[in-house]
Design a protein around this ligand. Structure first.
Ligand code: ADP
Ligand code: MG
Ligand code: MG
Length: 920
């Protein structure tokens, strides 16, 4: 779920030598550690210490620190003698506290050996239970408890765990032996076996160990302990653990602690049990005790699915006293930690023991419910409640959802990059035209493309979801998908798409146009077939299809964001270029548009022909005539966007992409011409196509992203800038006459030289003056630039002489600073991350050390020239929580992101303000 934002590190590892103490005891009401020591004790160890100090019934034990783990690796996989001695002293102390002795034939000490890193990695590393048992001690245990079945059940479990984890014998081999015994005794589940069956299992296990390792099963408890401890250290670097850390960006160097703890037994009979639970429902957030337990069971039995566990509330009937205690303890823990707790417990002969507590992982939905409930229940203050919700988790609340049970039934066909969250299910189409036609017929479609291009906009708009085979997290499909709030998966490389044949194949199956496909944009999972979805309640309210008063989750969502607005200092704007997007952004709390991309408007109904006529014109006069036709259309667009923002600033960017993006592809034209010629046609259509092809060839560029685009277009075709400026100011004047305030900001893209900006600013100012004079209205406006070319950032002091504002275009700035093409980075990013050359995708999360420094430099230089310069950022990073943190620190005035990211940005900005306050 939540990614761990690793702080920049100066040294590779915490200075191990400076730490004198490596082992920390917890026993009977007193622990040497506490909850603040997660770094050194790991999450589990610090939780055990904290619970011990709070007087909860925790079996005694000790924690070997994460620093010891690092020493173990440093010293070539062994511990220095001093630490071995320190551990031995703690073994002796534990024997006293437990009133039992390792290896004793009358009262043997048995322990669990458990891993526990700073960040919980559930099930990633292995736990060993019942350590200390051997052929003599098992008899001692039997004598003391008068329960031979229990003693041998514990021993067979121990040999199996030790055998697989420490001796690395495959689990399946043990399972095979166990199954054979169960079969011979006619037992269905493990509890059906009596003592003799378990003794037989132990004997078979020992034979297996001897055969596999050439040595008998180790009988010395201390040797068992060291072996298990080292296996935990080793498990820090098993494949599962490494993959998990990659996924959640947990640093490799922090190491794991090892907890050695006296065993308590949930497997002594019908008065014993073991279980796990949450203080509240982690899926819905409902205030209900949630969890499962098993009678007469140990450890992982509950989650292993061997027997079916029972809902935890039934424990009230089976063991009422232990249940009452459990509820009381866990409520106390929740209050104490100010967060929902995920706990583990064991009941031995009616006596309850607490074995673990930690913050419970939860869905975005549950996070919002729990945070608002905590404030209502006076368990947390609003500022604390804000920190209980990961900003990114809010987007889950806006996404359409699958019915979880239905979703589970269908197997995963492939996975792509989770570009825009949400559940999508529809009939596959391969062109935007088909998407529009079928949607018109009332069908639900899923647009599947190798990649999308700007002219796919209308298809993307009607599709339930967008699925592409290529591209990264800032590819066209990803950016536009997020802006529209359309569930999207990009870069699903396993898809073999045949766009002409209208099929794709994946996982050995072929999907034709019209077949149903479903995917989850949150996880990137794609499945073949239909799965039902519903629109999120919050969107229904925002779109006016549902009353706010009728939606509990909407009420909580806006309550939480209201608290965020009080705390944050960063302004939040949206990237939007349609009136409906702008209204949505405003409803989500955006106060201003940070980026209105005018070229998206060129692709609207019946416009592209006019744009093409403008491009095809080979003289200024014809070009002006074509532009005159575009003027009223652009004016209407700007009118709508400016109006939707209720007087808040709207940054409108003049034309940016290379012109050939508005023309058909060269190859397509050639095919069409060939076809027409083959029919012997001499029509005007053919002539037209030939002219078009000539122009397309003229406009061809080898490197269009570094080509004739942005301000360079405005300089060579000033009449385009003129038309756009006129459209902006005429719209603003018209609104002024209607009594509606506006604050347009004209932004010139791709500026690297102050003279470029000056050239364009002169045009904008001139047109503004003309329009205002014609209309007899005065409008306040600004002219500024996007800082997205590195030279622009480096010479920001000069550029600020002309620019009244800077908006950092961090997509292009990242592209040009790294020299990584944002459309092609997918080809090697995976390997870069795998090999730790890059930690994350720099197009997703700002590269603070490089690109971020250019931003910081431009901020400083810009302010030096123009102290009141307005500073914001409008790249995709504007919606990324950790980037927002950085922009807050550099002192920008606002971030701008896609409308659907606005709630995320509001909360992230509040987090940034809160963490800077506490000195992060
Ligand atoms: P994980 O990190 O995978 O949850 P744990 O170290 O918490 O692994 O151990 C898993 C389970 O083993 C616990 O939930 C508990 O049921 C059991 N266990 C661990 N230590 C003890 C103990 N001292 N006594 C009884 N059961 C234990
Ligand atoms: Mg656990
Ligand atoms: Mg750009």
């Amino acid at each position: 779920m939540a990614k761990k934002t690793a702080k920049p590190r100066k040294t590779a590892r915490p200075a191990a030598k400076a730490v004198k103490k490596y082992v920390y005891a917890f026993a009977t009401g007193k622990a040497e550690g506490d909850r603040t020591m997660k770094d050194i004790l790991g999450g589990k160890g610090s939780g055990l210490a904290e619970m011990t100090n709070a007087g909860l019934p925790v079996p005694p034990g000790f924690t070997i620190s994460t620093a010891a783990c690092n020493r173990w690796y440093d010293e070539g996989r062994r511990l220095p003698q001093a630490i071995e001695d320190e551990m031995m002293a703690h073994v002796r102390r534990l024997e006293k506290a437990a009133g039992a002795t390792f290896g004793s034939t009358t009262n043997p000490l048995l322990v669990s050996v458990r891993s526990g890193a700073k960040f919980s990695m559930p099930g990633m590393m292995d736990t060993i239970l019942n350590l200390g048992l051997n052929d003599l001690a098992v008899e001692g245990l039997k004598a003391r408890t008068k329960n031979g079945r229990f003693a041998y059940d514990s021993y067979r479990r121990f040999i199996q765990m030790f055998g697989s984890v420490v001796l690395e014998i495959s689990k399946a081999k043990f399972e095979h032996e166990f199954e054979a015994v169960k079969h011979a005794h006619g037992a269905k589940v493990d509890t059906d076996l009596a003592e003799d069956g378990l003794q037989e299992t132990v004997a078979r296990y020992k034979t297996l160990v001897k055969a596999e390792t050439g040595k008998p099963f180790p009988q010395d408890p201390l040797a068992q302990l060291t072996g298990a401890r080292d296996a935990v250290f080793r498990s820090w670097n098993n494949d599962r653990a490494i993959k998990y850390r990659r996924m959640y960006e947990i640093p490799d160097h922090i190491g794991t602690a090892v907890n050695v703890q006296k065993m308590v037994f949930g497997n002594t009979g019908e008065r014993s049990a073991t279980g796990v639970g949450f203080t509240r429902n982690p899926a819905t957030g409902a205030k209900e005790f949630f969890g499962e337990f098993l009678v007469n069971a140990q450890g992982e039995d509950v989650v292993a699915g061997i027997r079916t566990p029972r809902p935890i509330v039934e424990l009230a009937d089976v063991m009422p006293k232990a249940y009452r205690e459990l509820r009381a303890f866990t409520s106390r823990l929740e209050k104490h930690y100010k967060d929902i707790q995920d706990f583990e417990f064991t009941i031995e002969n009616d006596k309850l023991y607490m074995l673990q507590t930690r913050s419970g992982k939860r869905t975005g939905y549950a996070a919002v419910v729990i945070a608002t409930d905590f404030v209502a229940e006076k368990l947390a203050k609003p500022a604390e409640a804000l920190l209980m919700v990961e900003p990114g988790a809010l987007s889950q609340l806006l996404a359409p959802m699958f019915d979880p049970a239905e979703w589970k039934k269908v197997p995963v066909a492939t996975k792509g990059l989770p570009a825009s969250p949400g559940a999508a299910s529809g009939q596959v189409v391969f062109t935007s035209e088909q998407a529009v036609v079928w949607t018109g017929q009332g069908k639900k479609v899923l647009l599947v493309r190798k990649e999308t291009a700007p002219d796919d906009i209308h298809g993307m708009e009607v599709a339930q979801g967008i699925l592409t085979a290529t591209g990264g997290m800032t590819s066209h499909a990803a950016v536009v998908g997020r802006q529209m709030g359309r569930p999207s998966i990009v870069g699903a490389g396993a898809l073999q798409i045949d766009e002409k044949g209208k099929t794709f194949s994946v996982a050995g199956q072929t999907v034709k146009e019209g077949d149903w496909v479903s995917f989850d944009g949150l996880t990137g999972e794609v499945k073949l077939g239909k799965v039902g979805t519903t629109q999120s309640e919050i969107l229904q309210v925002v779109n006016g299809h549902m009353k706010a008063a009728d939606s509990d989750i909407y009420r909580r969502f806006s309550l939480l964001l209201g608290w965020a607005d009080k705390v944050r200092t960063l302004g939040i704007r949206a990237n939007a270029d349609q009136p409906d997007q702008s209204e949505l952004a405003y409803a989500f709390g955006a106060r201003g548009i940070g980026l209105c991309r005018t070229e998206h408007m060129f692709f609207g109904e019946g416009r592209i022909e006019k744009v093409q006529r403008m491009i095809l014109a080979d003289n200024e006069q014809d070009r002006r005539a074509a532009l005159a036709e575009l003027l009223p259309l652009q004016r209407a667009d700007f009118y709508g966007v400016l109006k939707a923002m209720h007087g808040e600033p709207v940054t409108i960017r003049t034309i940016d992409p290379p012109l050939h993006e508005f023309l058909p592809k060269r190859e397509d034209l050639m095919v069409e011409i060939a076809k027409l010629e083959a029919t012997g046609s001499t029509s005007a259509e053919l002539a037209g196509k030939k002219t078009l092809l000539k122009r397309v060839e003229q406009l061809h560029e080898f490197n269009p992203m570094l080509g004739h685009r942005g301000v360079r277009l405005g300089i060579t075709y000033p009449e385009i800038t003129e038309m756009q400026a006129r459209a902006i100011f005429e719209a603003a004047c018209q609104l002024a006459k209607e009594g509606i305030k506006t604050a347009p900001e004209v932004m010139i893209p791709l500026v690297g030289l102050v003279k470029e900006l000056k050239d364009q600013k002169t045009i904008v100012d001139r047109v503004a003056a003309e329009v205002m004079k014609e209309q007899k209205v005065r409008i306040k406006y600004l002219v500024g630039t996007m800082i997205e070319v590195p030279r622009g950032a480096v010479t920001a002091d000069e550029i600020a002489q002309e620019a009244q504002f800077f908006s950092f275009g961090t997509n292009d700035l990242t592209q040009m600073t790294f020299g990584f093409s944002r459309d092609d980075i997918g080809k090697f990013l995976g390997e870069y991350q795998e090999r730790k050359i890059l930690d994350r995708d720099p197009f997703q999360s700002i590269d603070t050390a490089g690109v971020g420094q250019l931003v910081a430099m431009a901020v400083e230089k810009g302010r030096k020239t123009r102290p009141d310069i307005k500073l914001g950022i409008c790249g995709e990073h504007g919606g990324d929580p950790s980037s927002i943190h950085f922009f807050h620190k550099v002192g920008l005035a606002y971030v701008s992101c896609s409308p659907y990211r606005v709630p995320v940005a509001r909360l992230a900005a509040a987090h940034a303000a809160l963490s800077v306050k506490v000195g992060d």
